[in-house]
Design a protein around this ligand. Structure first.
Ligand SMILES: [Zn+2]
Length: 605
């Protein structure tokens, strides 16, 4: 039994800065990919000649909830055109993926697993009654082919077998037939056994493997929670244990695992792929809901407020394949890239730097995060404020709005209009030092619960007392945290625009590539423990590079850091020396998400 259940986009809507962020996304690449990117525009899923595998489902997985969260009629119509095209092409036997019958045994059914998730998401948003039957038939056909050994899991489908369980949970609740659990059992039996790979996560392998692929690993963390209602608990797959190992040997200050694109250790100059940001977030949303453990909500915030905006441009037209925590330039590597298994363009901001998976897959991150703001207990009378981002919740039990500029500010104002007796639970993050409700100090606790009787309205103001702090990092480095925000020293840069066409894919403004070339000093150490927070207005662009909504002032001194051997665009993994070579100056740190070139893991003199 899940601790909490998700609301749908009919009930939960973004407001304030979160609404603006989603609108920027809709006006950027996500909202236009079907107009200008061949693999979506001309996809085989809708009868065209281009990609008929993961790209359309990846894109729809974000575009659909984005369209419905924004009530954007044009976007919902465009989403429906794709769904119509996909459903029209479903065969009488239920098989839904493009391609010829004779090619099915060699078809990697990862795309089928992914599409089953997307159709479930589409049903949650649209209530389109064609979906349950289409899903039933496609998954029953998948079951028949697997059970008869006509096909087997291999490749990505073998490593992402649990992705089918979003749809299987839906079908199990609706139909409850034996084959649904049996399909779940077959998928797990034929699927990759992640706990057995754990010893390989301890040191970078320097080779590309599915077992250490960080997008697979980010997805995998939700597997046990997702499968539990159908297959029962499995302590070997406990996400707490697996996450702890990944973090201990490959963690970054913003909650990612390094992987460029397979696990790459603890160095601040190894990259993390954008797909892994989106997938890790989605896993933590499920873990938060299924287990009720608040630690997943804190990990989710860390990714959403840092790793996600830190690797996408302000206008959300371009993104990186890989982000680094100490990133002093985003340029092409003329020779061998510093990455372990990725190409030299992975750090650029662009349309599809290195590879186009993230182009299609990053779209889900903000919309699904917005759908995780409030959760409910199944009756709708017990409501959890899981992630305190500005939102409005409108159900037949209550109307709840949360006005806040969190995480840039520390006050939350809830207005609850109860139609039935309502209990509102507000999760209190572990980093909160002081807590007050309606202006009165209260004892710090894990959560606050408010009972609001039917027919009444109540406004509740909660203030978090938060202090900026240094967090220890590997190699005797430090990073700065202020609540869920990680702070970086921003590095000034010049932007070089790259417009060109390659392999029939056009890069032109606003979806061109950009190199960011550093234009200022970056080699500093903290020389003071004093951190002073300065608030600035929250801009139209919430994580604005030009107008960060909060800054932290700290004393720093220049040090001889040096470059990584063989590179002139990558700082050394650790500084050459911690002996200062100049006087202390007051410097300003900004949120990681606002600093596209940055130093995040820095020594203390
Ligand atoms: Zn990707």
């Amino acid at each position: 039994m899940d601790a909490w259940k998700f609301y749908t986009s009919k009930e939960l809507k973004p407001e304030g800065w979160l609404y603006r962020q989603l609108r920027i996304q809709a006006d950027g690449l996500s909202g236009n990919l079907d107009k200008m990117w061949r693999d979506v525009r001309d996809s085989a899923w809708i009868g065209g000649p281009a990609d008929g595998w993961e790209r359309v489902p990846y894109w729809l997985d974000g575009f659909v909830p984005l369209a419905y969260l924004l009530n954007d009629a044009d976007m919902t119509q465009r989403a429906k055109r794709y769904i119509d095209g996909i459903l029209e092409r479903q065969r009488p036997d239920g098989w839904i993926c493009p391609g010829r019958e004779e090619d099915i045994p060699s078809f990697d059914t990862w795309a089928l697993q992914l599409m089953s998730k997307v159709l479930t998401v589409y049903y949650d948003c649209s209530s389109d009654e064609r979906i349950p039957d289409a899903l039933y038939r496609m998954m029953k056909n998948y079951y028949d082919r697997l059970a008869s050994a006509e096909i087997r899991l291999f490749g990505w489908g073998k490593f992402r077998w649990f992705e089918a369980f979003v749809a299987l949970r839906f079908l199990d609740e609706r139909y409850g037939e034996d084959w649904i659990r049996d399909l779940g059992r077959i998928l797990k039996e034929q699927g990759a056994d992640y706990p057995s790979f754990e010893p390989r996560w301890h040191t970078p392998l320097n080779v590309w493997t599915l077992e250490t692929h960080i997008v697979n690993l980010g997805m995998m963390l939700k597997a046990e929670a997702l499968c539990r209602p159908l297959l029962g608990p499995d302590s070997r797959m406990d996400a707490t244990v697996l996450q702890r190992s990944l973090e201990a040997f490959n963690g970054t200050p913003v909650g990612l695992f390094t992987g460029d694109e397979c696990l790459a250790g603890l160095s601040p100059i190894q990259g993390s792929e954008l797909c892994s940001v989106a997938e890790q977030m989605y896993s933590y949303e499920w873990l938060m809901a299924v287990t009720g453990d608040p630690v997943w909500a804190e990990r989710l915030e860390l990714l959403a407020f840092n790793a996600l905006p830190g690797t996408i441009s302000d206008d959300m037209w371009t993104h990186q394949y890989l982000q680094m925590s100490n990133q002093i330039s985003c340029t092409k590597f003329p020779n061998k890239a510093v990455y372990r298994t990725n190409g030299g363009e992975s750090g650029l901001f662009g349309l599809e730097p290195n590879y186009g998976c993230c182009t299609a897959n990053f779209n889900q991150a903000w919309p699904k995060f917005a759908l995780s703001a409030f959760l409910h207990d199944g009756t709708g009378r017990k409501i959890l404020s899981a992630v305190p981002v500005p939102s409005g919740l409108h159900t037949d039990k209550a109307d709840v709005t949360l006005q806040t500029d969190y995480p840039f500010r520390t006050s939350l104002v809830y207005t609850v209009r109860a139609k039935e007796d309502i209990s509102l639970e507000v999760r209190v993050p572990s980093f909160v030092k002081r807590l007050s409700v309606d202006g009165k100090r209260v004892v710090k606790q894990e959560s606050l619960t408010f009972a609001i009787p039917a027919g009444t309205e109540r406004t509740i103001r909660i203030d978090y007392g938060i202090e900026p702090e240094f967090v220890n990092r590997p190699y005797d480095l430090k990073s700065v945290r202020y609540g869920s925000l990680v702070f970086s020293l921003p590095i000034p840069y010049q932007t070089r625009k790259l417009e060109y066409e390659r392999d029939g894919v056009e890069r032109k403004f606003p979806y061109c590539d950009y190199e960011l070339i550093r234009d200022g000093d970056w080699a500093f150490a903290f020389s003071s423990m004093q951190l002073n927070v300065h608030e600035a207005p929250v801009d139209r662009i919430p994580f604005s590079s030009e107008h960060p909504p909060v800054r932290i002032e700290v004393g720093m001194r220049p040090i001889p850091w040096g470059m990584e051997d063989g590179y002139d665009t990558v700082c050394a993994k650790t500084p050459q020396s911690r002996m200062p070579i100049g006087p202390e100056a007051g410097m300003e740190l900004v949120p990681y998400g606002c600093a596209k070139l940055r130093m995040t893991e820095i020594p203390l003199i």
